[in-house]
Design a protein. Structure first.
Length: 255
């Protein structure tokens, strides 16, 4: 039997974000970009009152993206990935007490420095401060290694969304809005493909790899077979320690 690894303190870190970020953001990130942001967010300390820089060693980055044997192209890979992430922005729905509903542009990163000595220094954009710092209520929290074990960007985004509704035990939404949140607009004209290639695999991966047990029910337009929405039932499971240990090689140093 292979050696069971013990989780290091880094691997036990949690991701904590506002419910607004988890529930109302239709951002478009690749799997790698999602995992980078979650890794960065996990580095924020509960006592932090401002966003500062966060370092990612090259070795952690290569593990994150699955590069087992870095070569001369690996440095270019880092530059390309972080440049793409730095350039991305997205819309967040919010509410202004004076003017009402509002949609706001947000950016993930402020700047990135890459040290050839072997690490990446990243500044998270100040836009993110109210969604990541000093969160006392209305927040979502989960173990970092759970989304890092997922292979689909839809699984990661859906997990964040459903995790935020864990205490309610269910989440009901219109199909069009769910496609917006998962950034799956390319499936908007084909409901069958949306379920086949996006939603069904995402629910399966969440059930197979996370601490949630999710069931999905399609809702139809009255008097029609047309699917117009989805209702999820959400149950939190005790996260098996052996699963946590098996994920120990996803990030950080080996035990």
């Amino acid at each position: 039997m292979d050696k069971i690894k013990t989780l290091t303190p880094q691997q036990k870190k949690n991701v904590k974000m506002s419910n607004t970020l988890a529930q109302k953001s239709g951002y478009s990130l690749s799997v790698t970009e999602q995992k980078i942001m979650l890794l960065l967010i996990s580095k924020i300390k509960p006592t932090d009152s401002k966003l500062t820089f966060y370092d990612i060693p090259f070795t952690d980055y290569f593990k994150l993206v699955g590069i087992s044997s870095p070569d001369g192209r690996s440095y270019a890979h880092i530059k390309k990935t972080f440049k793409a992430l730095k350039d991305k922005s997205w819309w967040v729905k919010g509410y202004d007490e004076e003017l009402g509903e509002v949609e706001m542009t947000y950016a993930w990163l402020d700047k990135v420095w890459i040290f050839k000595a072997g690490h990446i220094r990243v500044w998270i954009h100040s836009d993110m401060r109210p969604h990541l710092l000093e969160l006392k209520k209305n927040f979502t929290e989960f173990e970092l290694s759970i989304p890092l074990s997922m292979k689909s960007k839809y699984s990661i985004r859906l997990y964040e969304l459903l995790r935020s509704y864990k205490n309610l035990g269910k989440y009901t939404t219109q199909l069009e809005y769910l496609q917006e949140l998962l950034n799956a607009d390319n499936y908007s004209s084909n409901t069958y493909d949306f379920f086949r290639w996006c939603l069904n695999p995402a629910v399966k991966e969440i059930n197979d790899t996370s601490d949630l047990e999710v069931r999905m029910i399609k809702t139809h337009k009255i008097g029609s077979k047309k699917i117009v929405g989805v209702e999820f039932t959400i149950k939190e499971e005790m996260y098996p320690e052996i699963q946590m240990q098996m994920r120990a090689d996803l990030i950080g140093e080996e035990a």
